[in-house]
Ligand binder design. Structure first.
Ligand code: HEM
Length: 217
């Protein structure tokens, strides 16, 4: 989480000093942009004054390596323990429309699972974790590498795959927004499921399972 916060903040500091996004190989002030912060009320000069590219780059590159190394250890450990298979892979019956609808309804009504269901991930939770771990995170890393001049020198094919550095950058930022959305929804879910219980279980392993009657009290 600390790593994510630093990557987000440092990324924001870099972005603010170049607050427009482009598609393809080329992009500069005055060029056709796919996103302009000035359209949202903050001019280029105002954004530039808020950002700090030097600080941002120092921390972004540092925490990018922490992120990659940490991710590889997490992946290796969980593959070794078969946790992705046992905890995150949805069972066949969970993927039925009826099951998915019921889970979605519970989420929209902010109803947390009780009893044994509270000990397992819900199907939407499993799908979102798998998407974040196996789609968004790897995409962040690949689109990050595609923006590094040193890496482009070693492997120009990667940047060609994105159709140019500007496209890689735009996709990196879109992915950032998706990850931010995931974190916000995730934090809401933790609050709904009982923040103290959830956080304590992460730190000490002690998790109090709510029963239907306890929930209604
Ligand atoms: C969850 C993790 C990450 C988030 C939220 C994130 C976010 C961002 C944001 C918002 C920017 C600013 C885009 C711009 O204006 O140019 C950025 C830039 C960048 N990111 Fe990330 N990033 C993450 C992970 C990574 C990783 C893992 C790498 C490397 C493998 C990476 C490499 C880069 C590079 C090279 C830039 C351009 C920096 C520059 O212009 O000097 N990022 N990132």
């Amino acid at each position: 989480m600390l790593c994510f916060v630093y990557l987000l903040l440092s990324g924001l500091m870099i972005f603010l000093q170049f607050p427009e996004l482009y598609w393809g190989k080329v992009g500069f002030q005055g060029y056709d942009a796919v996103f302009k912060l000035s359209d949202w009320g903050l001019s280029w000069e105002e954004a530039d004054a808020l950002g700090n590219r030097r600080w941002g780059r120092n921390y972004h590159y540092l925490f990018a390596w922490v992120f990659v190394i940490n991710g590889l250890i997490y992946l290796g450990w969980n593959l070794w323990q078969k946790r992705f298979y046992s905890k995150m892979l949805p069972r066949r019956e969970e993927l039925s429309v009826k099951y998915l609808k019921a889970d979605m309804k519970n989420h929209l009504r902010f109803r947390a699972p009780t009893g044994t269901a509270a000990r397992q991930y819900g199907v939407l939770q499993k799908i979102s974790y798998l998407l974040v771990l196996f789609v968004l995170f790897p995409f962040m890393i690949v689109s990050g590498f595609a923006q590094m001049p040193a890496f482009t020198a070693i492997s120009p094919e990667l940047i060609d795959l994105f159709g140019g550095r500007q496209s890689a950058r735009t996709l990196h930022v879109i992915c950032t927004v998706l990850l931010l959305l995931f974190v916000v929804v995730h934090l809401i879910e933790v609050l709904v499921a009982g923040a103290v219980n959830q956080v304590r279980s992460m730190i000490t392993g002690r998790y109090v399972v709510l029963t239907e009657s306890a929930e209604g009290d």
